[in-house]
Ligand binder design. Structure first.
Ligand SMILES: CC(C)(COP(=O)(O)OP(=O)(O)OC[C@H]1O[C@@H](n2cnc3c(N)ncnc32)[C@H](O)[C@@H]1OP(=O)(O)O)[C@@H](O)C(=O)NCCC(=O)NCCS
Length: 178
């Protein structure tokens, strides 16, 4: 049985399980067209649905943390977990005002540690639009390895997108010591 933690901490951040009262904050930052340029269109309804699903999912399937920086919610990071496979996909996003401050790498580092140590996962992967260089920069900072490029793999904003996958194994993470 996997217990939902009260919160995780890093030097600058507090990560606490996402809650319904976060919906207006997530709506505020993710409806910006620049923010979701590599993702599908976001609407008030789709964001509400995303947060509701995250809150209502078993923690052992979707462990989603809100990122608090100086007491304010600025983004989120989550693990989509396949316990049987000891594997999870990590997903993350941040309000535009806070881009470029290393907040997501700091949060992702902590959540990868949580995944390998507390959840006993053995593989964590991430995927993004091939053109999303900021997101790939985060994956490279985690010393993830590019594993695959799926051509015209998914549809977002009515266009087919090339999708790139990166991953890291627990054994590599322990050696990297970042
Ligand atoms: C991708 C994202 C999560 C990165 O988070 P972050 O905390 O800003 O990460 P970093 O501070 O490490 O910056 C990462 C890269 O963003 C880019 N960046 C920084 N400020 C930027 C800005 N104002 N505009 C555009 N890109 C910027 C830089 O290229 C940086 O790479 P570098 O460290 O090699 O210079 C964030 O940009 C974001 O939420 N984007 C919108 C949603 C999204 O694409 N989520 C990922 C889906 S897979």
């Amino acid at each position: 049985m996997i217990e939902k933690p009260k919160f995780l901490e890093t030097e600058r951040l507090r990560l606490r399980p996402i809650q319904l009262s976060d919906i207006p904050v997530v709506q505020k930052y993710s409806l910006d067209p620049e923010w979701h340029r590599f993702l599908d269109f976001h609407t008030f309804e789709s964001v509400e649905d995303f947060v509701q699903k995250a809150v209502n999912s078993p923690w052992s399937e979707h462990a989603r943390f809100s990122i608090l920086f100086e007491g304010t919610m600025v983004g989120s990071v989550g693990l989509y977990i396949e316990l049987k496979e000891k594997r999870a996909e990590i997903g993350y996003s941040l309000s535009k005002e806070y881009w470029g401050l290393g907040i997501i790498p700091e949060a992702v580092l902590r959540v990868i540690n949580y995944g390998f140590q507390d959840l006993e996962l053995e593989k964590i992967f991430a995927q993004t639009d091939l053109r999303n260089l900021p997101s790939q920069s985060v994956m490279k900072k985690m010393k993830m390895t590019q594993e695959a490029l799926f051509r015209k793999h998914s549809i977002a904003q009515n266009k087919r997108r090339d999708i790139v996958y990166y991953s890291i194994l627990k054994s590599e993470w322990e050696k990297n010591n970042i």
